[in-house]
Structures are given as C-alpha cells and as structure tokens.
Design a protein around this ligand. Structure first.
Ligand SMILES: [Zn+2]
Length: 244
C-alpha cells in the first residue's frame, strides 16, 4: 500500500548501498521513517529533497505496522535553506534535531507540523533572525510537551503584577512578592512580557533574542528542553562553538 503525505525532512542517515534512512515529520505531526534506496547515487533525482527541514511530498510503501517503509517518491516543495548563511543553517540543524526527538512514531500531534513549517518559512524569509526563530520554536515545543507553565500569574501566590524571578519545578513561574531571591540569581526584569510576546506572535515576528530578558529566558527554556531530551544535542554543541 502506498501512502502519500506532505512532510518535513528531519534526519537523513546513510544506509547500505548508498541508500538513506530518513525520518520525517508528517503533516499529521507524526514521526515516520523510510528507506530511500540509492538516494545518494549521482543519478538519483531526489537527492536534494532529503535536506533537513525540506518540505516535501513523500510516498511511503509498506505495511502500516512495518518498522521501515520504503520511500517511493519525494518531491521538494519548499526549502528554508539560504546558501552561505551559517547561522540560519546551524539553526536548521538544531530544529531538525529537536523535532526528531520530540515527535513520536504512532503519535499524531499536528501542532508540531504547524510549528516546524512556520519556522521553516520564517527562516527562509528572515535568515538573519534565525536565533530568535529557534528560541520561539523551543518555547512552543516545551508547551506542546506540557512542560511550560503559563506565566500570566505566579504559580505559587497567584500574583499578576510582581516580576517573575524564577521557574520552579513544582510551582512554575514564581514572582518577587512570594519568592525572596538574591537579585544576582533572580531572572532579569521583563520575563513575563517576553513570554507574552512569544505566546502571541507568529514565528516570523519572533522577538529579538538578544536583550537581557530574552537571553535569560532562552537559556532557561533551552536548558529545560535539553534536560528533557537527555543532555545537550550535537547540533547545539556545534552551534554554540561556531556562533554563540
Ligand atoms: Zn508569587
């Protein structure tokens, strides 16, 4: 049985005889893996379609329950790649990496596909804002995983006005009113506002990740995500060494 879907390429891995094992995020937000035989041979017309984060129309052949289906066709519809733009390309690798780990086989979550395709389009239009788009994606991934408490009110005392000073495991975001902290260790001013913008804007309007509050927020959420995924990922390590 052949199934044709819109999907985003996550990770291509070399396989025997010049083939590739490719993981995809399908339009239904499910991770699917397929073998593309002979994909790396020079004659293969579909090579370029297997770059991470490419939006493709892909055909799978095989039983629904089979571990590995065969990729019968793969047509490129959109690539977020900007040739020669290092930062944007590093961010693409990070995005592919985190979605490859968060998306699950047999579990559909359409929010994941919507989020990643929005980030891909935003990256193509604004490669210079790649870091902000990555921070935006991390924030929403944590939300999709159920790991991001709402920041409107303090999770401990319910206060709305006092600034947020920390994220705790049991009470979520906590405010300065109920949580005395060494100012050097407290989160900087503006965290609640930054989170509000992240929650309400689109990927292409992702807030600048350089101001102090944004930077502190990104670091906190990124560490939370990496902890959940079992430690810093290779793509992040490369990005940190090259551009941060
Ligand atoms: Zn409080």
């Amino acid at each position: 049985m052949i199934e044709t879907l819109q999907a985003i390429v996550l990770r291509p891995t070399l396989f025997q005889d010049g083939g590739l094992v490719v993981s995809f995020l399908t339009e239904h937000g499910e991770r699917k893996v397929g073998i593309a035989k002979g994909a790396k041979k020079p004659t293969a017309k579909w090579v370029s379609a297997f770059e991470p984060l490419s939006l493709v129309r892909v055909g799978f052949f095989g039983k629904e329950q089979a571990e590995l289906r065969r990729v019968t066709r793969c047509e490129l519809q959109h690539s977020p790649l900007t040739l020669g733009h290092l930062e944007s390309n590093l961010v693409m690798a990070c995005l592919a990496d985190i979605f490859d780990r968060v998306a699950k086989e047999g579990v559909e979550d359409e929010r994941l596909f919507r989020l990643l395709s929005a980030c891909g389009r935003a990256l193509k239009d604004h490669p210079d804002r790649a870091m902000s788009i990555l921070a935006y994606a991390e924030h929403w991934l944590l939300h999709c995983m159920g790991l991001l408490p709402h920041s409107r009110v303090c999770g401990a005392c319910g206060e709305e006005a006092a600034p947020i000073v920390m994220l705790s495991e049991d009470h979520g975001w906590r405010c300065a009113d109920c949580t005395p902290m060494d100012p050097a260790k407290a989160l900087p001013a503006g965290i609640r506002e930054h989170l509000r913008i992240l929650r309400t804007c689109s990927a292409e309007d992702a807030p600048d990740s350089r101001p102090e509050a944004a930077r502190a927020c990104t670091e906190l959420l990124r560490n939370r995500l990496m902890k959940e995924l079992g430690g810093e990922l290779r793509s992040y390590e490369v990005m940190r060494r090259m551009v941060m």
